[in-house]
Design a binder for this molecule. Structure first.
Ligand code: URA
Length: 232
């Protein structure tokens, strides 16, 4: 996270640490190159090819124990050329059964949230920090996150969204490498490796606690405003 209290030395150590972690994880995953010529922002066919290749490479992942309890690996879905990427926590029961992200009750609410700001699921990319369901929907464990993270990093490297919207505490804390609570992270524009990032509530939290919906609506309007700035 761009921690306002971090000294320049701490900030440098944080950036170097995350770069080291990124390259080490890519090597562990069998990548023998960083994309030599990264896709340009609008190169849809090339990005689709890279996304298909990535899917083939990781769909049978067995890096963490969650592979032995899953029904499906949930890669994520949407446009390979999306300007906005929504990132949740981990597949739930319905997602695990169908192999698709956000298709249960939370997913239906997420679809409505998108529609409320004139976005369709097909326009964006929807993914998760973890690609496999934790048993009983328990919180992801740190070691599961660090083993699964390279998959998300690879998706981000290919899609190159201009804006990320994290859903819930786990995704924002992971991407920004912070332990700050979600309430402190909402309502501001963060930077994730040059990509703008906005944090909002997880739809499941909105279902449990409808009084959070007002704040979620403010987050969505903020997201739409930043989206419109991109196309100006
Ligand atoms: N919750 C998540 O975080 N992700 C999903 O895909 C579904 C529910």
């Amino acid at each position: 996270m761009r921690d306002q209290l971090a000294s320049p030395g701490e900030e440098r150590a944080r950036v170097l640490g995350s770069a080291r972690r990124y390259f080490r994880q890519r090597m562990q995953l069998g990548f023998d190159h960083i994309y030599k010529s990264p896709p340009s922002q609008s190169d849809l066919a090339y990005k689709e090819k890279l996304i298909r290749e990535l899917y083939q490479r990781i769909k049978d992942c067995s890096r963490c124990p969650l592979h032995s309890t899953r029904n499906h690996f949930v890669f994520g879905e949407g446009s390979s050329n999306a300007r906005i990427m929504f990132i949740g926590e981990a597949p739930g029961r319905d997602e695990d059964l169908q192999g698709r992200p956000f298709v249960g009750r939370s997913g239906k609410l997420l679809t409505k949230m998108l529609e409320a700001i004139n976005l369709r699921r097909a326009d964006v990319f929807i993914g998760n920090v973890l690609k496999c369901r934790p048993p009983q929907n328990r919180d992801p464990r740190p070691e599961e996150i660090s083993l699964c993270e390279p998959h998300l990093h690879a998706q981000l490297a290919i899609i190159q969204p201009r804006l990320i919207c994290t859903l819930g505490r786990i995704a924002v804390q992971d991407l920004l490498q912070t332990t700050a609570p979600l309430r402190k992270l909402r309502g501001q524009l963060h930077d994730y490796q040059g990509i703008k990032l906005i944090a909002t509530y997880h739809p499941a939290a909105l279902l449990r606690n409808p009084s959070l919906k007002r704040g979620a609506w403010e987050d969505l309007l903020f997201l739409r405003q930043e989206h419109d700035r991109l196309v100006e």
